[in-house]
Design a protein around this ligand. Structure first.
Ligand SMILES: NC(=O)c1ccc[n+]([C@@H]2O[C@H](COP(=O)([O-])OP(=O)(O)OC[C@H]3O[C@@H](n4cnc5c(N)ncnc54)[C@H](O)[C@@H]3O)[C@@H](O)[C@H]2O)c1
Length: 409
């Protein structure tokens, strides 16, 4: 179902007010779409965020995210009086934590924001309220760290605690939020029921209940699995490149096997999940996660290989004008988190003042004007659909274009 059909579907039925207050802590890529959906399903939703841009946008009835449908949902939720945002926390029936969980320089998980929000909740929490953590967290983090941390502040209370990891992909947030399956792990039957009641109002995928650690691990292994699959494609690309054979051709032939589905090689893995989450399990048990460590090493090293290739190419051309196109971690989105193309570009522009790095999803200049300049080389780092259309429209000489996403061909 398209995002447009999903929006029509939401508004076909008039979802009555539920008189349940939900605070979503962290109104970013994960928390904000969830908050917008919940407010349009009749929950009284407050977004708690430290970023004033998020708070202002929501309180003006718009979204701070650029995805299709978000502004519309924000406007509708706001107009119903069921959506607002603030930078201080008030008591709620349900708290949903969706703050970042990056890695530290030593690759261990940084759960400071989750602890910070839990500390805030502990100050307003009342008996029978439920805390749901959607942020991705390390194995056993709920039982060993988060619940004990909360109880160290509120030792007199019986906390209802849930972990329900998010699986959405930016660019298809609305579809995935509603149609993806979801796991709900909790510390009591009552906490699981509270979370189930909330998610089942809008989730059309399967909802499975579990223990806390099962919910934590399923999310982490999902992303480790994806990283390994990408590493297989990249390893084939490295092998074939070394032999002077087309990896795309070999992968396409291999995929004729009914039970083989090798992914496409690329310039590395970006985004907020796949390059980070495998480290949570590698750190937890380095001995039994060697395949995940190898996958991380293979995928993160592609960035260096592409940089070296481009550096050589540019140096060989002398002092030439080079346009690098694409900064995001994948095509047709504005997300630059952990983006290999951004890192490659940042290193390349240091080589010469005549190297320009541009992304129409990130920068404000007019791409069609920019490509008209007298470039000696145009490098594609991300295959945004508009690049190909523009090159065709403007009759750019194909010999000037190098597609770095096919570095191995
Ligand atoms: N982005 C994805 O596609 C995705 C998918 C699945 C899971 N996740 C996980 O969801 C979690 C959130 O990711 P995201 O992509 O929404 O991050 P994000 O950076 O887009 O948004 C996080 C929001 O939290 C706010 N914030 C940070 N610290 C805060 C604090 N202490 N108190 C209140 N607000 C705070 C930030 O201002 C920001 O608006 C992470 O654990 C991530 O791994 C992300």
């Amino acid at each position: 179902m398209s995002s447009k059909q999903i929006l029509d579907d939401i508004f076909k039925k008039n979802h009555p007010d539920k008189n349940i207050k939900i605070t979503v802590l962290g109104g970013g890529h994960v928390g904000q779409p969830l908050a917008l959906i919940l407010s349009n399903y009749g929950y009284n939703v407050v977004i708690y965020d430290l970023n004033p841009n998020v708070v202002h946008a929501i309180n003006e009835g718009r979204s701070s995210l650029e995805e299709f449908g978000m502004d519309f949902l924000a406007k509708k939720g706001f107009e119903r009086g069921l959506l607002s945002a603030q930078s201080s926390l008030a008591t709620s029936d349900i708290y949903i934590i969706a703050v970042p969980t990056p890695i530290k320089p030593d690759f261990s998980a940084n759960i400071d924001s989750v602890l910070n929000t839990l500390e805030k909740i502990a100050q307003v929490y009342r008996e029978n309220q439920t805390i749901i953590v959607e942020s991705t967290i390390p194995p056993n983090c709920s039982e060993s760290t988060l619940i004990p941390f909360f109880l160290s502040i509120r030792p007199e209370i019986k906390v209802k605690f849930v972990h329900s990891p998010e699986r959405i992909i930016p660019g298809q947030t609305l579809e995935e939020l509603i149609y993806n399956s979801r796991t709900i792990g909790g510390n009591t039957k009552e906490s699981i029921k509270d979370a189930f009641d909330v998610y089942s109002t809008f989730v059309k995928g399967q909802i499975t209940t579990s223990t806390l650690i099962e919910a934590e691990l399923c999310k982490l292994f999902e992303n480790a699995y994806r990283d390994v699959n990408i590493a297989i494609a990249n390893q084939i690309a490295l092998y074939c490149n070394n032999k002077g054979i087309s990896a795309d051709r070999i992968i396409s032939l291999a995929n004729n096997h009914p039970r083989v589905n090798i992914l496409k090689p690329g310039i590395g893995v970006g985004g907020h999940c796949i390059p980070i989450d495998p480290w949570f399990i590698i750190q937890d048990d380095p001995v039994n996660t060697t395949i995940f460590k190898s996958a991380r090493t293979i995928n993160s090293n592609i960035e260096n290989i592409v940089f070296n290739k481009l550096e050589k190419m540019i140096n060989k051309m002398g002092d030439s004008k080079v346009l690098l196109l694409g900064k995001t971690y994948k095509p047709d989105v504005a997300d630059i988190r952990e983006s290999p193309s951004l890192n490659i570009g940042k290193r390349l522009v240091k080589l010469s003042e005549n190297i320009v790095h541009f992304d129409p999803y990130v920068d404000n200049d007019d791409l069609s004007e920019l490509v008209k300049e007298n470039w000696d080389l145009i490098v594609i780092l991300v295959s945004h659909s508009q690049f190909i259309q523009l090159f065709n429209q403007q009759h750019i000489n194909p010999e000037l274009i190098f597609d770095a996403t096919k570095w191995y061909e």
